[in-house]
Design a protein around this ligand. Structure first.
Ligand SMILES: [Zn+2]
Length: 193
């Protein structure tokens, strides 16, 4: 497991559940790091119980149904109280899935430009192509027209050839981009920088 990837997965978990406590996140992380999650099928995971975290059963079953997670610990004595909450068995499954996704392959191309005004428009590929950009001001001498360093990442789930129109300070360029294989978390890191 890569530390950088785990940090990103944790960040995604926090974004998805901003009201959850640090201890909730920490418990989900402990379960994940101990390798307690096993995928049973597309919508079912088995989580090994950890007595030190208060688990009374050797295993818990987490299911995803209609976009909602259910855990077998809901059926225990504490079920009524826990039903409205997201237990850390579920949290660790979510973490596991986010990690797995970040660890998966993606096909990407990166463009770096420096301009005042910029714009990128990929040709339409039925929503298959996604674009993320990161922008940094590098020269704000002219306060109304600061100069930026812009990084575009164009990515898809398959190795496509993408045409795109890039506009930088009024100069229009037609690009032909070959998306090459990389890992999804590299794209996510670029998105953050
Ligand atoms: Zn549970």
């Amino acid at each position: 497991m890569s530390r950088e990837l785990i940090d990103l997965a944790i960040e995604r978990l926090r974004e998805a559940f901003p009201n959850k406590s640090r201890s909730w996140v920490r418990r989900a992380l402990i379960r994940f790091m101990r390798g307690t999650v096993k995928e049973f099928n597309e919508n079912t995971w088995v989580v090994r119980g950890l007595p030190e975290l208060g688990d009374k059963y050797p295993t818990y079953v987490v299911r995803l149904r209609d976009g909602r997670y259910y855990c077998s610990c809901f059926e225990s004595n504490w079920g009524l109280r826990r039903k409205s909450e997201i237990c850390t068995h579920i949290a660790t499954v979510i973490l596991y899935r986010k990690y797995k996704k970040l660890d998966s392959d993606v096909y990407a191309s990166v463009i770096n430009i420096e301009c005042v005004d910029y714009y990128l428009e990929p040709s339409e590929l039925k929503g298959k192509v996604k674009v993320v950009k990161s922008v940094r001001v590098i020269d704000a001498t002219d306060k109304l027209n600061p100069r930026h360093r812009v990084t575009y990442v164009i990515y898809a789930n398959e190795p496509l050839e993408v045409r795109a129109k890039l506009v930088c300070d009024g100069e229009v360029r037609e690009l032909s981009l070959k998306l090459t294989r990389t890992r999804r978390y590299i794209v996510e890191l670029l998105r953050r920088s």
